[in-house]
Write a protein that binds this ligand. Structure first.
Ligand code: SF4
Ligand code: SF4
Length: 320
């Protein structure tokens, strides 16, 4: 895989500062049952990196110390971490809101039949990736059969009460473009998704989050090999909207990798950029000892992916 970091690091992206953190985003590991083309984590079935129980204990302690409200679980497929259920149970007992960035196809894999019921029982917010409502496009980006498996899983979640205002169980979907383009307006696309998925498959959900593809890792490498990297960076830069700076997710979130190392966001984690531009790795245990979070955030050219057009964060558009 070709690395885009040398092309990203010399940057004129404006400095930003961290506010009070509300969310701890834990990457439980890079193991996933599928290997999508756009994946900025380069996750897949052969990855072995997984967060251990002790790191989770420290993460819960940091959440308590910093009075964080939300634990945002991501991966890979977070449910493939053998301690996933333990972590969710502990977090809920601690009063945390838990979000699971769910690749819905995992629910159709043998051995993972428990996922839907478990999430519903613990009132976990499900954020499911479905990069298009066309079977052809989804299978092209994520692999054959992924669309069908995703639809079945979403129907299962609906059957458990997800996406239903009476139960309050929240199901949000995530869209990202197929290639080097910006996402369409989030509100318009959400209306299209709702109409199509309901009419064709009886599926209901709460919100659609549109997310811009980042020019790093697997997606960045594809851009380089197709000679599209510069063009995509120009697209992101030319669409820069300063108003989006105030909503970028790194202001209120810190990202923790499977080893317990801290980063300003999930993208910086993938680029192995230390929290707040520190010289060496900062770990959960450091935070527990010092109680100090640096206000500085490590920015570079990939940050234009968060501020282009309507903006992009793990909660979708910033200014739709
Ligand atoms: S489902 Fe998510 S984590 Fe897994 S390969 Fe696809 S984008 Fe990456
Ligand atoms: S890429 Fe990360 S550090 Fe840069 S603006 Fe986006 S969230 Fe912040």
């Amino acid at each position: 895989m070709r690395d885009t970091w040398p092309l990203l690091k010399d940057s004129d992206f404006p400095a930003i500062r961290r506010d009070r953190i509300t969310t701890l985003q834990l990457n439980l590991g890079y193991l996933c049952n599928i290997a999508c083309l756009h994946c900025h984590v380069a996750a897949g079935p052969n990855r072995t990196e997984l967060m251990d129980r002790q790191t989770m204990v420290e993460a819960l302690a940091v959440a308590e110390k910093f009075e964080v409200k939300t634990l945002d679980l991501t991966g890979g497929s977070p449910e493939m971490n053998p301690h996933f259920r333990w972590l969710v149970e502990q977090a809920r007992e601690q009063g945390l809101h838990v979000m699971d960035r769910l690749n819905p196809t995992i629910m159709e894999e043998p051995g993972y039949e428990w996922v839907g019921e478990f999430l519903a029982e613990h009132r976990v917010e499900a954020i499911a990736s479905l990069p298009c409502y066309s079977a052809e496009n989804v299978d092209a980006q994520r692999g054959n059969g992924v669309f069908e498996a995703s639809i079945k899983a979403l129907q299962t979640l609906n059957g458990l009460g997800y996406g239903d205002s009476e139960t309050g169980l929240v199901l949000n979907l995530v869209y990202n473009p197929m290639g080097p383009s910006l996402p369409p307006p989030q509100g318009t696309l959400e209306a299209d998704y709702k109409r199509f998925l309901h009419d064709q498959f009886g599926i209901r959900f709460n919100q659609l989050f549109t997310i811009t593809n980042m020019p790093i890792k697997r997606f960045g490498s594809i851009l380089l090999s197709k000679g599209q990297f510069e063009e995509y960076m120009d697209l992101l830069r030319n669409a820069y909207q300063p108003a989006n700076l105030k909503g970028v997710m790194c202001r209120e979130l810190i990202s923790v990798d499977y080893r317990g190392r801290l980063h300003d966001c999930d993208f910086n984690q993938m680029l192995e950029l230390n929290l707040g531009e520190s010289d060496g790795p900062v770990e959960l245990s450091d935070l527990l000892q010092t109680g100090q979070l640096p206000r500085r955030i490590h920015v570079a050219n990939h940050c234009y992916g968060c501020t282009a057009g309507q903006g992009s964060s793990c909660g979708g558009a910033l200014s739709d």
